[in-house]
Ligand binder design. Structure first.
Ligand code: NAP
Length: 509
């Protein structure tokens, strides 16, 4: 569903030869409203062939010079001539740089898009630049900067919200780069006339550009308007997060005006300080910001308080101080194990029969250890580093052991919480087969791949295996309960993610 504020989606064709560009121009692209044809990337472009080939979408012709980040090497006169020729041949619009010394003479059917690009950052005088551009009365101004911090996203949103003098004037603005990605996704909510996408994978023509498939499948289809609530995942890295797919699909199925985006952030504080300017209402927090999340939040759930780490923050949209913080990792892992063994009582029985072994002493170990010791588990915490391991073991009331002791602990439940075995190092495994007695429960917090080497070994030994995906979907459902007012069904989430992960699920075997 495309709402009233939906921006024009322009798919970029930036090939190297005329024929491959013609074949892209002739195709029907679901979810694309117009094509930007980058003449500057092509060797000896045949404009006539390009613009008169059978095509169903309007075309914006761009001949980006090197001085504006493009590839065109000819003279300015040659460039302007190409743009005029494109107009004569039927281009619906041409994109001309604001810094160009002169503008092409255009046929009346061709609109002028006046553009400005900054590949280094987002200048402080954006509004001045916009005013200068709009004073030249193009059909559209397009201002594209590079986000260096979340503050730049707010500058772009403000720019889009500035009063407009001409009713007909269209204004497009967004930030390039991974930090800028939310501004491409939120273009419609913020009033941008257009957003740009790559038509195919590995075809991005600018840093941070999404494919049309990702924009459609992961982000853009819910109702989007200026009141859209923004949620997201904050961390570094965040590019591989499955959160956007899961939460956006759920918002869509619930008919909510909300979007969940990846916020690449070096500092969590920097992001949440500008949260109100982004209409930010909730965050999932991941590596390396979980401890900072807890420090910045006065009201924490017991698990977050005990671990000094939070993976979920809520905001009221007005203040940058989180209204509430939660850690759901431990509870999610404990519930995944309970569901895997057949219920709370069965887990209790198993924990009475033999010890719990938590492997690792990081944030996940603290959360999982908290939730399981709250359920009466006793046993061992095993870690490579002694000081860190001993400190956490003491806090949890577990006994510390080194990795070399793993074979002698005879556990009933093993939870692996380090990142060993995570893609791309899928053949690694910290726990030897001899440490996994037949019948014991083995859970791996790692979920990419879903079937890790550890789970493969455990399965061979006749253990009951629980994947990190089960923990992931449960903590995400708890987040959805906070973000959307209700949790999503676990079966729905599992199916969606198994489908999205495709062959990646079995890389560890
Ligand atoms: P973390 O805080 O960085 O914990 C690192 C722990 O792993 C430390 O105990 C460290 O030992 C140990 N470790 C790291 N590399 C090691 C190696 N090569 N050999 C031995 N020990 C090693 O990480 P975290 O935030 O707890 O996350 C850990 C894993 O859990 C990640 O893979 C993450 O994706 C996963 N996770 C999954 C979910 C889920 O929903 N399924 C949720 C949260 C996290 P030292 O103390 O000796 O350095």
């Amino acid at each position: 569903m495309r709402g009233p504020a939906a921006p024009v989606i322009r798919g970029v064709v930036a090939g190297t030869d005329t024929e491959s560009a013609v074949s892209l121009l002739s195709r029907d692209w679901d979810g694309v409203d117009a094509i930007e044809l980058r003449i500057d990337t092509m060797m000896a472009p045949d404009l006539e062939r390009l613009l008169t080939c059978p095509r169903s979408l309007p075309v914006v012709v761009t001949v980006r010079p090197q001085w504006e980040g493009g590839k065109f090497q000819g003279t300015e006169n040659e460039r302007i001539k190409l743009l005029e020729e494109a107009s004569r041949l039927g281009a619906e619009a041409v994109d001309v740089e604001h810094r160009a010394k002169s503008l092409p003479g255009l046929h009346e059917r061709t609109s002028l898009i006046l553009s400005y690009h900054d590949f280094e950052g987002t200048p402080a005088n954006l509004n001045e630049i916009r005013r200068d551009m709009e004073a030249r009365e193009p059909r559209e101004v397009k201002i594209v900067t590079t986000a260096r911090s979340p503050k730049d996203l707010v500058s772009i949103r403000r720019l889009l919200g500035e009063p407009r003098e001409g009713v007909d004037l269209r204004r497009t603005a967004f930030c390039m780069g991974s930090i800028g990605l939310p501004s491409r996704i939120l273009a419609g909510a913020w009033g941008s006339a257009a957003t740009y996408v790559a038509l195919e994978k590995n075809q991005a023509s600018a840093p941070g550009q999404l494919t049309v498939e990702d924009l459609q499948a992961v982000y853009g289809q819910g109702p989007v308007d200026p009141d859209t609530r923004v949620f997201g995942v904050a961390g570094n890295p965040v590019g591989q997060s499955l959160g956007p797919l899961l939460h956006n699909r759920f918002f869509l199925s619930e008919g909510r005006s909300a979007v969940y985006v990846p916020f690449l952030a070096d500092s969590l504080n920097e992001l949440i300080e500008v949260g109100p300017g982004l209409s930010l209402f909730g965050l999932s927090v991941t590596i390396p910001h979980k401890n900072e999340a807890a420090r910045l939040t006065p009201d924490l759930n017991p698990e977050a308080k005990a671990c000094g780490a939070a993976n979920t923050l809520l905001f009221d949209g007005v203040s940058s101080v989180p209204t509430r913080g939660f850690s759901f990792d431990g509870e999610a892992a404990a519930q995944a194990i309970e569901d895997g063994v057949g219920g709370k009582d069965e887990l209790k029985r198993r924990l009475e029969r033999g010890p719990l072994v938590v492997v690792g002493a990081g944030g996940t170990a603290a959360a999982v250890g908290f939730a399981l010791t709250q359920r009466g588990a006793r046993g061992f915490l095993v870690n490579r580093g002694k000081d860190r391991g001993e400190a956490l073991a003491k806090r949890l009331g577990l006994s510390f052991r080194g990795l070399e002791d793993l074979g002698s602990l005879d556990p009933s439940v093993v939870v692996h919480t380090t990142s060993v075995g995570m893609a791309p190092d899928v053949t690694e495994c910290l726990i030897p087969a001899s440490a996994l007695p037949s019948g014991c429960v083995v859970m791996d917090a790692v979920y990419r791949p879903i079937e890790t080497r550890l789970l493969g070994l455990a399965r061979e030994r006749g253990c009951l295996c629980i994947s990190g995906l089960e923990m992931f979907i449960r903590q995400a459902a708890m987040q959805a309960n906070e973000f959307a007012g209700k949790p999503f069904p676990l079966d729905w989430a599992r199916e969606l993610l198994l489908d999205a992960l495709g062959e990646e699920k079995v890389l560890g075997q």
